[in-house]
Ligand binder design. Structure first.
Ligand code: GLA
Length: 386
């Protein structure tokens, strides 16, 4: 990929690239929609992602080209004249990042050429948007020597997504892309931002990611609706409890908490986030104890909860989870924001060849096409690689 991106860069910009950066996609093992509710999450970085080749310009223009959006050609953004308004295109992330940095009085005194390429599976729901935003912040912070620390960049990337793009996401994706490490998952409390690394070398087991091939963006999905529903429920519960977030509530009090809500939909949403945040704690312990039976069971429970209580699954994802369980997986669940993307499956290495063969047959029978899968390992976070 490094040579490839350098060659594309040279072809497009007619000069040599000075540096190459990488920013990974992410998978959340468990902890769906708990982050913006102040709960626990357990994501890791995959070893695939976005690559950027970069060179410095001596004028005031940022020129950006993406192989994945090659019909857009080279997009030129002039620091001196651009209005930095959202255009609903991929380069909004660059506009948003520059706008945020300028609001912090950081001086961008020259332009850059940036060439992007991705080896993330299309429609896989691996948070390519957070990967792009974190990548651009890494590049600009490094090239302009701004000295912004990782947590500051993580918070800025989330701000761009919330304020500029208009998705009310939590901090999980940006955080793991910033702090992720090889062979580690990141156990994070999204309220305190306390985190710890958890070993993700799974002895005789593997995590398999299976792509639903349903693309969706958080912007057009019901993601913001769920954020609104949980913030409405929080306001009601704050009349009784002294809490900042729904996940400040204890799962032991669930029955009493739910009795305070009359709206059936809000009851279900609250039940999901409180039980899910608790499942993340148990999953961390299961991983530390190498208890893969328990981990698998938690994944499947998390999927049920996402499907029935948070209502963020899709019939295709549910069927894919069922097929995985029928083919002897220890557990399976949808990942990410929902409504599409991928499912994550825990499989024993002794059965993996058979699993892949049988799943292929079941998938083709059900959906009439070949299935796309990856056996995933935890890779590093965003960084300069050449
Ligand atoms: C998306 C968001 C995250 C998180 C997940 C769901 O990936 O960007 O903040 O809410 O969905 O867990």
């Amino acid at each position: 990929m490094i040579n490839h991106i350098k060659n594309v860069f040279k072809e497009k910009f007619m000069v040599k690239a000075n540096k190459v950066y990488f920013s990974p996609g992410r998978v959340n093992i468990i902890g769906g929609h708990t982050d913006y509710n102040g709960g626990n999450v357990l994501p890791f970085c995959v070893d695939k992602g976005l690559f950027a080749a970069v060179s410095i310009r001596d004028d005031s223009k940022f020129k950006i080209f993406s192989e994945n959006f090659n019909l857009e050609g080279i997009v030129s953004i002039d620091l001196a004249t651009s209005k930095f308004e959202r255009k609903d295109r991929y380069f909004d992330y660059l506009l948003g990042v520059i706008k945020e940095l300028e609001m912090m009085d950081l001086n961008l005194d020259h332009g850059l050429n940036i060439c992007l390429s991705s080896n993330l599976p299309v429609g896989g729901g691996l948070s390519s948007s957070a990967a792009l935003c974190m990548l651009l912040l890494e590049i600009i912070n490094d090239e302009f020597e701004f000295g912004l620390d990782c947590l500051t960049r993580v918070k800025l990337a989330r701000k761009v997504e919330n304020d500029f793009i208009g998705v009310n996401c939590g901090i999980m994706d940006q955080f793991v892309i910033g702090f992720g490490k090889k062979d580690k998952a990141v156990f994070l409390n999204a309220k305190t931002l306390d985190y710890e690394y958890v070993d993700l070398v799974l002895d005789d087991y593997s995590l398999v990611l299976i792509n639903s091939q349903i693309s969706r963006t958080l912007k057009t999905s019901k993601y913001n609706d769920r954020q609104k529903e949980t913030s409405d429920a929080l306001k009601i519960l704050q009349k009784t409890y002294k809490i900042d977030y729904l996940c400040d509530l204890n799962v032991k009090d669930l029955e009493q908490i739910l009795s305070l809500l009359s709206d059936q939909t809000l009851k279900k949403r609250v039940k999901h986030v409180i039980t899910e945040s608790n499942r993340v704690e148990i999953a961390k312990t299961a991983l530390n104890n190498h208890d893969y039976q328990l981990l698998g069971k938690l994944l499947t429970e998390a999927h049920q909860s996402a499907k029935d209580d948070y209502e963020i699954s899709a019939p295709v994802l549910d069927k894919m989870v069922d097929l995985a369980l029928e083919n002897n997986a220890l557990g399976a669940k949808m990942i990410g924001g929902g409504f599409g993307g991928s499912i994550l499956v825990l499989v024993s290495n002794y059965e993996i060849t058979e699993f892949i063969e049988n799943y292929q047959k079941s998938f083709t029978k059900e959906f009439g096409k070949k299935f796309i899968y990856n056996i995933v390992n935890a890779g590093t976070g965003v960084k300069l690689i050449d």
